[in-house]
Design a protein around this ligand. Structure first.
Ligand SMILES: Nc1nc2c(c(=O)[nH]1)N[C@H]1C(S)=C(S)[C@@H](COP(=O)(O)OP(=O)(O)OC[C@H]3O[C@@H](n4cnc5c(=O)[nH]c(N)nc54)[C@H](O)[C@@H]3O)O[C@H]1N2
Ligand SMILES: Nc1nc2c(c(=O)[nH]1)N[C@H]1C(S)=C(S)[C@@H](COP(=O)(O)OP(=O)(O)OC[C@H]3O[C@@H](n4cnc5c(=O)[nH]c(N)nc54)[C@H](O)[C@@H]3O)O[C@H]1N2
Ligand code: SF4
Ligand SMILES: [Mo]
Length: 732
């Protein structure tokens, strides 16, 4: 265990101490406001559940005083939180108390997008949805209703819609997030990376971060282990055009020109080979096509990469020698949101290959092989089969190595009517206006729909376009499917309601079940309430239901997750080995070994725009949360002092950003800082909300998503890029 000192000190350096402690204070005062005047302190109940403020799924304990939600803390038994939540998790209390929440089902009365609705009963709302869905089914087939989803409650809608015959299902968590990484790793090792990332930071001796901004990317236990590693003096190497929080902890910071990472990765691989610093044993035992790989990267010298990346060859060499010296306990972090430039599968494959060269795959201090717990599913009726092609791109026809649905493929099918018209969207817990590239295309697609259903907690941009709005509970007010988690040891966690929903909001499972009844597929939800379903599932797995309710989490049996623990490595690739050379990529016309192409240059007067996270916000989902809003009400734009001076701009000036396609942002403040390259601008994603009903967040900050109108699509698996836009700065 790490000392508290280490973590606190880490947070102080990161500057997020403010976030963490301020969140704690704010939660307290909000809770206190509700009970102000109460002379005697009431009964406090503590109920465990797991967090949904992001998808790390930390176990927490809710404190409820006099029936009122008061605070949410980490659950010490839980492997994802280890007893501590991040600022966003602590701020979950604000999601429950948010006065702007959706309160009852709504039916659109005015024109689409005008946000004019009438409140209706649940029965009326769901009857409307079912009637429209069945009409689309009769005319076009059930494939013409698509589900766009993100979040834990999605599985109920997936289940009900699949039972009804729908097949086109996608989440922004694939093609707009980790999809290219998982494809790159699967093409190399036979297995994607998954979530949580199985990085053994706890035992690592060297950590290489390629734009993974741990500390701003607040995935909880990972950040805790990172802080501990920093405390142990583990050398950190950060590749990022921006001096991130992680870079401030680094022994080597490589501020590469955006979009040139692949040149660096190939040069590093080549250097390991030519200097004989790679793991010969691992390569001999498990490598496929190594000699051809070596030939293919021979050109990639440090000097060549230095010219591409705009960092010195000496720095490239020094960093590689450092991380090679610690192998196999070196992690070249796979990253998570890797959809940067549209060639992301190949860059991720290069990251995978570096780990292979270091022999860190399946090793202590490297990448372990995550385990899950065996909790058999409850037997449910099978889904009807569709013989038609997929409109969600997941059948390999459009993108040979896509293995999940692609949001933008559904959008494209909606726009083009190919392979068949898509006429209904069911959107669960996803703000497609912020999550997908080019919102203009999303709006155009929506105009072609016969039905847009949005199930959300707040009246955000998507709800604004909907025909029917279904108010979900927040995670603190509902049961969800059992979480069967992956990790060093498998585990399971329970989500259970800690407070009642404040209005007529209903939990996702209930909405899905009622809808199933109206769609004529009630048999797919054969239980009265989710608690009885969960009890059945948990008990059938031989677990103690009452104990799980009390503890919130149960750990499975530990199995070996590293070679050191006795794990036998196996690779589910066509060759059964680690594919340094990929025959399957070559067979589909792609490069068998990643090849570097220089990024497009900026148009005159423009700068490349890159984005990332703030420790106190998640995507576009927390700007309206009263507690988290207070911590960071809007974003700013980072600019290098030379760039600012050249434009006659000063720190804290108001500016707008106009991209290469003439899209202009809201005004935001300039942050003039040495922490960014002169050719690059940076801003945190998720701001600039357009929905007036999000009273706090509306109009605040700039939307990086709205500026993302020029995007490239990864031909291997369909990821859409985010960092391919250029903007100019205008004084506002
Ligand atoms: N430009 C740009 N685009 C990006 C990214 C980026 O960095 N920049 N990041 C990408 C990444 S990594 C990801 S994972 C995706 C994220 O994509 P999304 O998951 O779509 O993210 P959000 O925009 O946060 O939308 C979440 C929606 O869910 C709602 N919500 C929150 N909690 C609940 C709940 O309990 N129930 C229901 N029903 N709704 C709820 C929120 O109110 C919000 O409307 O976006 C991707 N898109
Ligand atoms: N607080 C908080 N934490 C989160 C989330 C959140 O919304 N809020 N979202 C979670 C989710 S779903 C995801 S997917 C992850 C995403 O988190 P990560 O995968 O860590 O980060 P990204 O958003 O992909 O990348 C952001 C970093 O990449 C750098 N970068 C930009 N362009 C380049 C480039 O060309 N080369 C290099 N080397 N670096 C570049 C940026 O400067 C920034 O530091 O975060 C997770 N954690
Ligand atoms: S990392 Fe933070 S927001 Fe995400 S689940 Fe954990 S506590 Fe919640
Ligand atoms: Mo993500």
């Amino acid at each position: 265990m790490v000392s508290r000192f280490t973590r606190r000190r880490f947070l102080q350096i990161t500057g997020s101490a403010l976030g963490a402690s301020a969140a704690g204070t704010a939660v307290w005062s909000l809770g206190a406001a509700g009970t102000a005047g109460a002379a005697t302190p009431g009964e406090v109940k503590t109920i465990p559940t797991f967090c949904e403020m992001c998808f790390w799924r930390c176990g927490g304990i809710a404190h409820v005083r006099d029936g009122r939600l008061w605070k949410f803390e980490g659950n010490p038994l839980d492997p994802q939180s280890r007893g501590r939540l991040c600022p966003r998790g602590t701020g979950a209390v604000g999601a429950h108390h948010d006065p702007d929440r959706l309160r009852q089902p709504l039916l659109r009365v005015g024109e689409r997008g005008k946000e004019q609705w009438k409140p209706v009963s649940w029965d009326e709302a769901l009857a409307f949805v079912a009637e429209r869905m069945n009409r689309i089914k009769a005319e076009h087939g059930p494939e013409s209703v698509a589900l766009l989803n993100h979040g834990f409650g999605q599985r109920f809608f997936q289940h009900v819609l699949k039972s009804w015959g729908a097949v086109n299902i996608a989440g922004a968590s694939y093609a707009q997030c980790r999809g290219a990484r998982d494809a790159g790793f699967a093409l190399t090792f036979g297995n994607g990376v998954g979530s949580p990332e199985p990085t053994d930071i706890r035992h690592t001796r060297c950590l290489v971060l390629i734009g993974s901004h741990l500390g701003e990317n607040m995935h909880n236990s990972q950040v805790q282990e990172f802080a501990e590693a920093v405390g142990r003096g583990v050398p950190v190497i950060v590749v990022d055009p921006r001096y991130s929080v992680a870079a401030s902890k680094a022994k080597y910071w490589l501020p590469v020109k955006p979009g040139t990472d692949l040149a660096l990765l190939l040069a590093w691989a080549n250097l390991l080979v030519t200097e004989g610093r790679y793991d010969r044993e691992f390569v001999a035992a498990h490598g496929h096509g190594f000699d051809k790989f070596v030939q293919a990267i021979r050109h990639a010298t440090p000097e060549w990469a230095a010219a591409q990346c705009d960092v010195s060859a000496d720095l490239i060499r020094a960093a590689a020698r450092e991380f090679a010296a610690h192998r196999p306990a070196t992690i070249v972090h796979p990253g998570r949101r890797v959809n940067w430039y549209g060639d992301d599968t190949q860059r991720s494959r290069a990251v995978a290959l570096l780990n292979a060269l270091l022999g860190s795959y399946g090793r202590a201090g490297g990448l372990y092989i995550a385990q899950s717990m065996k909790v058999p599913p409850v037997a449910l009726p099978p889904y009807p089969k569709s013989t038609r092609p997929r409109a969600d791109g997941s059948d390999g026809a459009e993108f040979p190595f896509a293995d999940e649905g692609i949001t933008t493929s559904i959008r494209k099918a909606t726009l083009t009517g190919q392979p068949y018209p898509v006429k209904g969207w069911f959107v669960y817990s996803s703000n497609l206006m912020q999550a997908l590239p080019d919102e203009r295309e999303t709006i155009e697609a929506i105009q072609k729909l016969d039905l847009l259903v949005v199930c959300d907690t707040v009246p955000g941009e998507m709800a604004g376009w909907a025909d029917v709005v279904l108010p979900d509970t927040t995670f603190l007010e509902r049961h969800d499917e059992l979480l069967v988690g992956y990790g060093r040891t498998g585990w399971a966690a329970l989500r259970q309601p800690v407070v009642a929903p404040p209005h007529d909001q209903k939990p996702a499972w209930w909405i899905a079940k009622q809808l199933a009844g109206k769609l004529g597929v009630a048999a797919c939800m054969p239980f009265d309430d989710l608690e009885s379903y969960l009890r059945q599932r948990v008990t059938a797995a031989g677990l103690d239901w009452e104990r799980l309710k009390k503890d919130g989490v149960v750990m499975g049996q530990h199995q070996p997750v590293t070679v050191e623990e006795g794990l036998q490595l196996s690779f589910d690739t066509p060759s059964g080995k680690v594919e340094f050379w990929s025959d399957q990529l070559a067979a589909k016309g792609f490069d068998a070994v990643p090849k570097y192409t220089p990024p497009a240059p900026a148009p005159a007067g423009h700068f490349r725009l890159i984005t990332g996270r703030s420790p106190v916000h998640t995507f576009s989902r927390t700007q309206t949360n009263p507690l988290l809003h207070d911590l960071m009400p809007d974003n700013d734009v980072w600019v290098h002092p030379d760039t600012a001076a050249g434009l006659g701009l000063a720190h804290r000036d108001w500016v707008t950003l106009t991209n290469q396609d003439g899209i202009t942002s809201n005004r935001v403040r300039l942050r003039v800082t040495q922490r960014i390259r002169p050719d690059t601008l940076y801003t945190v994603y998720g701001f600039g909300h357009k929905a007036p009903a999000l009273k706090r967040a509306h109009g605040r900050g700039a939307s990086a998503a709205a500026l993302n109108t020029r995007y490239a699509t990864d031909p291997i698996m369909g990821a859409t890029s985010i960092h391919t836009n250029f903007v100019k700065l205008n004084k506002a």
